[in-house]
Design a protein around this ligand. Structure first.
Ligand code: SF4
Length: 341
């Protein structure tokens, strides 16, 4: 039987908690600890002494990550990376109020980005919010808040989504994207329904979930969460990204797209994004060291510092996705990441 991360599992997993000295007296620290009543936190001078310490086994740490509470230093906002889908947004930006994720996807670029599998939560979200408000005085902002983590999965411990929803309710120039694989809808259900808060559910065929997206919910459970979000009138995006070049790819993904839209009302979703697996060259190099696998050692093609499938593979995969999805969605609701095709 496969186990996905639920609230109880999350609390159990975070049985080891480190707190950076500067974060000790912060109100978010108190809130997070109140959600983890059984832990005895350890104070550290600088979170990097734990997170960046040499000789860590990030793959092992992912099995039961520790939680590290820290204070983030500027910058608080980042321009979206070229490998990210920007949805045509002029001010496509992301922020990190957490590093790492309770899930364990074999293809996750975070394994190549961070030296540790532990989860860091930045407690000074008010500093990020202040920067968002400052930028909003200059122009609207499209902000991805759940890129380097899964904030929805962490919500029972952090309450951060609620804070972000409060900010979005006050700032109409702000559009938030919350990327998630989390199927537990309880944390989302209590949030206000906002036109400027997009819940972007990443969906994959069950064969991919079972093989590569460890500790994540099944497709059936994710679709149930999507249906609830739609029922509540939320802005819902479906993310078919990353598509993986698995054996029987055409059959598996063809059946998958049909299954998704046999259950989801295509007219009720805001849009959908599609992309094949790609990763920065430096990240893949590190990923091969920490997690040698059929994903990390696939014979990718290197183009402009990004490893991706060959042009022929990309074309085949994206053509299938386009043909299938256009049967359900108009082209202006479909966003493809297709650098090389
Ligand atoms: S859900 Fe996303 S952030 Fe979390 S492990 Fe999987 S790919 Fe990485």
């Amino acid at each position: 039987m496969r186990h996905s991360v639920n609230t109880a599992a999350l609390r159990k997993s975070f049985s080891r908690v480190y707190i950076e000295e500067a974060a000790l007296s912060h109100d978010k620290t108190a809130r997070i600890l109140s959600n983890l009543p059984d832990v005895t936190p350890v104070t550290v001078k600088d979170y990097k002494h734990v997170f960046n310490r040499p000789g860590q086994n990030a793959a092992l740490q992912k099995q039961a990550p520790a939680l590290i509470l820290a204070v983030k230093k500027p910058p608080y906002l980042y321009a979206g990376a070229p490998v990210c889908q920007s949805f045509g947004e002029a001010h496509f930006t992301y922020t990190s109020c957490a590093m790492n994720c309770p899930y364990d996807c074999e293809y996750c670029y975070l394994q190549g980005m961070y030296p540790s599998g532990d989860v860091v939560l930045y407690v000074n979200t008010e500093d990020i919010f202040a920067e968002v408000r400052r930028v909003l005085k200059e122009h609207p902002l499209y902000l991805c808040i759940s890129f380097d983590t899964d904030l929805t999965a962490l919500e029972p411990v952090t309450g951060y989504l609620k804070d972000w929803a409060g900010l979005a309710a006050e700032e109409p120039g702000l559009t938030l994207e919350v990327r998630t694989k989390c199927a537990s809808y309880d944390s989302v259900a209590v949030l206000p329904v906002l036109r400027n808060m997009i819940f972007a559910y990443t969906l994959s065929p069950d064969a991919v979930i079972r093989a590569f997206e460890h500790r994540t919910p099944s497709l059936e459970r994710r679709l149930a969460a999507v249906k609830q979000a739609i029922h509540d009138g939320r802005q819902v995006r479906l993310c078919f990204d990353p598509m993986l070049h698995i054996p029987d790819f055409a059959e598996v993904y063809g059946t998958f797209f049909d299954q998704v839209f046999s259950e989801i009302d295509a007219e009720a979703i805001r849009d959908a994004s599609v992309g094949t697996f790609r990763i920065g060259a430096d990240y893949l190099k590190r990923m091969r060291k920490v997690r040698p696998s059929e994903i990390s050692y696939y014979p990718y093609t290197l183009s402009d510092g990004v490893y991706q499938y060959s042009p022929a593979e990309n074309t085949t995969m994206l053509r299938l996705a386009r043909e299938k999805l256009l049967a359900y969605l108009p082209s202006d609701k479909l966003f493809f990441w297709e650098e090389m095709t």
